[in-house]
Design a protein around this ligand. Structure first.
Ligand SMILES: [Zn+2]
Length: 248
């Protein structure tokens, strides 16, 4: 509703202005710039126009935070945990509430292994950024309750589905004592070794928050390729002198 009202109001404004001399050019330019900014703020993972948004750890140490989104997944998450355990690496898992309820034992294993868990909404709607404040609050609270009742932990970190934000998101997170976390670089689950290594060498800096996926919001198979990609990532980070830490 919010979105359609906004669109309607702007279309009406445009119709009023069309055909009214040079001032229109200025108004139109302002309109385009404004919408460019808002669009960028919604889409860009590191944008802060709508409020605080952590995309990097505040450190000069050679540490990185690996983050896994869209789980828990009954098979993939277990394999990811085994890989991390073997290398004594700690990470952060942003969990989808509906999967938390379906695979509670995986959530407990993540916590038992010493990883941090975060809230990634209940249903992982791609349109969360277009919802009103009440709808966003419900989505966040629903996941928060499911995760707490199953894991015994209260999440302090939140990641928006697909990283899309809105002006309503931050006030909701503040009221529920959650911090918005995005990322500095994304590692695709399926990638060839050379471009993966190039990406890591070019983009990783002290405190980088790295986005990876174990589960999938829709596909039951999750992201099986992560099982091949993750050891390459860990080996390369190790070779670069980086240690993996959970987001504190
Ligand atoms: Zn996600």
């Amino acid at each position: 509703v919010f979105l359609s009202l906004t669109v309607a109001a702007h279309l009406a404004l445009l119709l009023l202005l069309v055909g009214n001399a040079t001032l229109d050019g200025v108004v139109l330019a302002g309109y385009l710039v404004y919408h460019g900014m808002v669009g960028w703020a919604v889409v860009h993972p590191r944008s802060r126009l709508f409020g605080p948004n952590r995309s990097r750890l505040d450190t000069r140490e050679r540490v990185v935070a690996l983050t896994f989104d869209d789980g828990p997944h009954p098979q993939i998450t277990e394999q990811v945990l085994a890989i991390l355990r073997a290398r004594e690496a700690r990470a952060t898992f942003f969990l989808i509430g509906k999967w938390v309820e379906r695979y509670p034992e995986v959530v407990r294993r993540i916590v038992a292994d010493g990883h941090t868990i975060g809230n990634h909404t209940y249903a992982h709607s791609y349109h969360l950024w277009a919802f009103g404040p009440q709808h966003i609050a419900d989505e966040v609270r629903h996941a928060q309750r499911s995760i707490a009742s199953i894991s015994g932990r209260t999440c302090r970190l939140f990641r928006a589905p697909v990283g899309l934000k809105s002006c309503f998101l931050n006030p909701v997170l503040k009221r529920q004592d959650l911090e918005l976390v995005s990322w500095g670089l994304r590692v695709p689950s399926k990638t060839d070794r050379d471009s993966l290594l190039r990406r890591l060498r070019r983009r990783v800096v002290p405190g980088s928050i790295v986005l990876l996926h174990d589960g999938h919001d829709r596909k039951p198979e999750g992201h099986p390729q992560i099982v091949e990609t993750l050891p390459v990532v860990l080996d390369e980070l190790d070779a670069m002198g980086y240690r993996c830490v959970p987001i504190g």
